[in-house]
Design a protein around this ligand. Structure first.
Ligand SMILES: Cc1cc2nc3c(=O)[nH]c(=O)nc-3n(C[C@H](O)[C@H](O)[C@H](O)COP(=O)(O)OP(=O)(O)OC[C@H]3O[C@@H](n4cnc5c(N)ncnc54)[C@H](O)[C@@H]3O)c2cc1C
Length: 403
């Protein structure tokens, strides 16, 4: 049990791009930068502004992967917990939110019901922030929700991350130098193995990210047609994912030069889920705002993350050339006044989600939600009614970049 969710127990990394498209300015700062600096200080991360495109840290992608942050999940567990305890947060591991109690008027939450070791546990709350990734709280509270593609029900594929060591990086780098970055998806080797009946993975690209400790995080498994907000879906990702990991290890050792001697260090204990439910706020951010580089008046974050939808054998990756912003309204659900959403379950269309679901924006959304909750409690108002200009001033004081 630990903090960090997908970043720790899901073994997902590196933290994706946090800079502008040219890598000249760190855009996602605030809490994210504070945490990264603490990780760097204990040898648990590398400064993202020192990471270029096109090397092992960015899986040799030529675009869209500039200024990623390689980090160690164990260091993150410790630093995240330390930061919470230093701030007076009372942590509660081993509980699962399973129901909500609404006020008599039905438009506020009295609190959330959890299942713990002794049974049910009610925690009263003035404001609740739903960071479950799946919008569990908002869903239980009856807020309007969206899930995947609203017409077809399609959702991005799930994946189970794993970590390896024993990679001969020099061999991989030599391949990149000789054949270019596209060759680092290893499509030729995958096709050969498919022909030989030795690659049962419905994905035709390898994603291997060097970490700061010399291990490599592997984003290779693919489990399509799965709803990660259900028990069955989560089970499928774990079980099919492990079977795929075994096959991928064999494939890498046999087909990929530089991976002959790899060893499995660990596999994720949390399923990797890219897309499930999102709140449907009175405002839903659309892809056109990303393309246009829209600067919303109520923005709480600016960023340049690319759209990355894991659908089909190769997925759809659209690099982002301009900076855009995320508005506070994305965090505010309809129907329950003292509830906010943060992380990947905010109010946006699918294409927008495919860009903002990566971890640096999720940190930014969480910081804004936390501060907004404080303002709502102080001013005894609903989350929709807080003074957004004051929220923005506060975020700026905390080094969040909004201009
Ligand atoms: C396979 C994969 C690869 C990715 N690659 C990258 C990458 O390279 N770089 C990058 O930056 N991002 C990447 N992402 C995206 C990113 O990791 C996630 O979108 C992001 O971490 C989501 O953060 P979150 O805080 O919204 O949710 P999560 O990190 O999923 O956290 C949700 C937490 O809530 C807990 N929870 C859920 N429901 C309940 C409940 N009912 N009661 C109590 N607790 C609950 C979960 O256990 C978890 O701890 C990837 C995602 C996946 C799945």
């Amino acid at each position: 049990m630990s903090l960090g969710g997908t970043a720790t127990n899901g073994l997902v990394g590196s933290f994706m791009t946090c800079s502008d498209p040219k890598g000249e300015r760190m855009l996602i700062r605030g809490f994210f930068e504070e945490l990264v600096n603490r990780l760097i200080a204990v040898g648990g991360a590398i400064d993202p502004m020192s990471i270029a495109n096109c090397d092992g840290y960015s899986s040799w992608h030529e675009f869209g992967h500039r200024n990623v942050t390689p980090f160690n999940s164990e260091a993150l567990k410790f630093e995240a917990e330390s930061m919470c305890l230093e701030s007076g947060v009372e942590l509660l591991y081993g509980v699962q939110g399973m129901d909500v109690i609404l006020s008599k008027s039905g438009d506020r939450l009295d609190g959330v019901v959890f299942l713990g070791k002794e049974g049910l546990l009610f925690i009263a709350a003035k404001v609740v922030i739903d960071c479950t990734g799946d919008g569990d709280v908002a869903h239980l509270a009856g807020c309007p929700m969206m899930k995947g593609d609203e017409t077809t029900g399609e959702m991005q594929a799930g994946s189970l991350f794993f970590v390896i060591d024993g990679v001969n990086e020099a061999a991989l780098q030599a391949r990149k130098d000789a054949k270019g970055w596209q060759a680092m998806r290893f499509t030729d080797e995958i096709n050969q193995a498919v022909e030989a009946g030795e690659y049962p993975i419905p994905r035709r690209r390898l994603g291997m990210y060097k970490s700061n400790d010399g291990t490599w995080r592997c984003n290779i498994t693919r489990i399509p047609d799965v709803d990660g907000s259900t028990t069955a879906g989560q089970n499928k990702i774990m079980q099919v994912g492990r079977v795929q990991i075994a096959a991928i290890l064999k494939f890498l050792r046999k087909y990929v030069r530089g991976c002959e001697s790899i060893r499995l260090v660990s596999s994720a204990t949390l399923p990797g889920i890219r897309e499930t439910r999102r709140i449907r706020g009175s405002f839903v951010m659309e892809e056109s705002s990303i393309v246009a580089g829209e600067m919303f008046p109520d923005r709480i974050l600016i960023l340049s993350n690319s759209r990355d939808a894991h659908i089909g054998l190769v997925g759809r990756y659209i690099p982002q050339e301009v900076v855009y912003s995320l508005p506070y309204r994305m965090l505010v659900p309809q129907g329950v006044g003292n509830l906010l959403a943060a992380g990947r379950n905010v109010s946006c269309d699918r294409s927008t989600l495919s860009a903002i679901r990566v971890m640096p924006p999720c940190f930014g959304l969480g910081q804004a939600a936390g501060n907004a909750a404080v303002l709502a409690v102080r001013d005894k108002c609903s989350c929709a009614e807080i003074d957004v200009a004051e929220l923005q001033d506060w975020l700026r004081q905390e080094n969040v970049v909004l201009d």
